[in-house]
Write a protein that binds this ligand. Sequence first.
Ligand SMILES: CC(C)(COP(=O)(O)OP(=O)(O)OC[C@H]1O[C@@H](n2cnc3c(N)ncnc32)[C@H](O)[C@@H]1OP(=O)(O)O)[C@@H](O)C(=O)NCCC(=O)NCCS
Length: 170
Amino acid sequence: MKNIGQYRWDEIPISLKDKIVKAPLEEWGHLPMIVNTEWSTPNFSIIATSDDNDLICFLNLVERTAKFDGVDTEVVGINNLITARKYRGKGFGRTVMDKAQGFIFDKNKIGLLLCGDDVSTFYESLGWVKFSGSLFYNQGAKPVKWHQNTYLFSKESLANDSIDLCGLPW
Ligand SMILES: CC(C)(COP(=O)(O)OP(=O)(O)OC[C@H]1O[C@@H](n2cnc3c(N)ncnc32)[C@H](O)[C@@H]1OP(=O)(O)O)[C@@H](O)C(=O)NCCC(=O)NCCS
């Protein structure tokens, strides 16, 4: 039996929080861009655990007012979707993403995630659409351009040239 719950970031039980903070470093800690970038603190996490409280899969959610072509736009960012290695390929990633997409729809916001090429087909199969314009985020005082993929999830059609996250990336 598996349990899936949504937690405010500051209310995640400490035993799980520790694993959630370490998991991205275990996955991407060898990549200089990841360790040298300052990332947003999430607002929420969606977490799947086993009955004995083993961390199966999680993702983090960041709520932000971004600018789409200069216009304030409410977005929900998804970051650090990770399924623990021994649980991969069993549908947990898809299930946790379904919950996140429900969160985005319920709030009537636009989903936004940043990813590499290796997971593009996974997100496309879940209805995410690649954004072909430029995305910028803050790093220190400087705006920085994102050079990998940006994906959007929305009920509306989205034809934008540029997105400014107006803060740290996720
Ligand atoms: C990507 C990841 C979260 C998928 O989790 P998962 O629990 O294995 O996913 P699921 O079992 O729900 O797989 C759902 C579907 O996506 C496919 N899929 C899984 N990982 C994929 C990947 N890396 N690329 C393309 N497709 C993938 C599966 O084959 C499956 O297809 P199906 O429904 O047609 O059978 C997991 O592989 C992972 O943790 N990877 C390392 C961290 C990572 O890269 N996260 C993404 C950050 S942007």
